[in-house]
Ligand binder design. Structure first.
Ligand code: UDP
Ligand code: MG
Length: 322
């Protein structure tokens, strides 16, 4: 039997959490009763430095439910790092771990299917959204363009897969060897290797509370995804540079020709225009190079990616869940 750990990163989720705790608890109980997972399987709620009552909800649930554990991070480190903190915490304790968002937009009823695929020899099972009807048009559009762009840029990522996935213990241990700070799990996990499979589900609406991914975070997440995985933007700039040099050569020949035929004053506008254009493109490429240098800067610091403040284990003297 599988000992399962479910990892739930939570940032200001006091509104959604009580329902999430209830649903996941009854799922664990059901799977235990049916002999799919061991009785000491658990759900680990990672409090990512929330400013609201999230940690109180977690400590309360820890007392009230059998399978609830908590992990409090010392500060807000973001979804990806919070998830990593959870996975690294349980990596010696479970056979497999499933990561899922606290708002339960991802269908928990496919967890059983994930477990089946795991037992059939897959180390990683991706949860893939079959449709995105419940998202707003804008969210759907931006997310989809993001996946397309990512793949165009050559970063491996599973289409329509967020961070809802099962990983076996050895896959998590593999993940622990990736030392980068610019964490983009969706891109990293496929590079671990091992057998993998997908399960499909329809994504629901957020239960309660607001999305913790406003546009600004989404854009920076996308940018991180691309620049952490691909140097294609740099190649593109180089190509554009070569192309511009070719044009410049042609222009020089033309200018020289105009000079000998005595046709010199014309073309001032063109020169001014290209001056600006070249200036602009140089600045753009410098900015892009700066992105990578910025990443090197962050990586070489080798800062810790999270700091754990407290861990709650399942308590023995709890009432049976309803
Ligand atoms: N989250 C987190 N730290 C953050 C932001 C978000 O742990 O700094 C968690 C959040 O609580 C949720 C998950 O990451 O469980 C995904 O966030 P959200 O549902 O707001 O994103 P969306 O589904 O809108 O993309
Ligand atoms: Mg969500």
């Amino acid at each position: 039997m599988v000992k399962l750990g479910i990892i739930v990163p939570c940032y200001n989720e006091e509104e959604a959490l009580p329902e999430t705790v209830k649903q996941l608890e009854s799922l664990i109980c059901e799977l235990t009763d049916r002999g799919k997972i061991t009785g000491d399987s658990f759900v680990l709620y990672v409090d990512d430095g929330s400013k609201d009552g999230t940690w109180e909800v977690i400590t309360g649930s820890n007392k009230g439910y059998k399978h609830v554990q908590g992990l409090k991070l010392a500060g807000n480190v973001g979804h990806q790092n919070a998830l990593l903190a959870g996975l690294m915490t349980v990596k010696e304790e479970v056979d497999a771990a499933i990561s899922i968002d606290a708002d339960l937009q991802d269908d928990i009823s496919v967890i059983e299917e994930m477990l089946e695929k795991y037992e059939n020899g897959n180390d990683i099972v991706y949860g893939v959204r079959a449709e995105r009807k419940s998202d707003t048009f804008f969210k759907r559009f931006s997310a989809q363009s993001f996946y397309k762009l990512m793949n165009m840029m050559g970063a491996k990522s599973i289409y329509n897969h967020a961070d809802y996935r099962l990983m076996s213990q050895r896959a998590i241990k593999g993940l622990s060897q990736f030392k980068e700070r610019n964490l983009f799990l969706r891109g990293i996990v496929p590079t671990i290797g091992y057998n993998s499979d997908c399960v499909y589900y329809a994504r629901k609406e957020r239960m309660a509370g607001e999305s913790k991914y406003p546009l600004k975070k989404m854009i920076s997440f996308a940018l991180d995804g691309i620049t952490s995985f691909s140097i294609k933007p740099m190649n593109f700039i180089m190509g554009a540079g070569i192309f511009m040099i070719l044009i410049a050569i042609v222009a020089a020949i033309y200018a020289f020709h105009s000079y000998i035929t005595g046709d010199v004053v014309r073309g001032w506008t063109t020169i001014i225009w290209s001056l600006w254009f070249i200036g602009g493109s140089i600045m753009f490429s410098l900015g892009l190079v700066g992105q990578y240098i910025g990443k090197i800067y962050i990586e070489v610091k080798e800062r810790p990616r999270y700091i754990i403040e407290e861990r709650l284990f399942c308590s023995d003297d709890v009432r049976d869940p309803d």
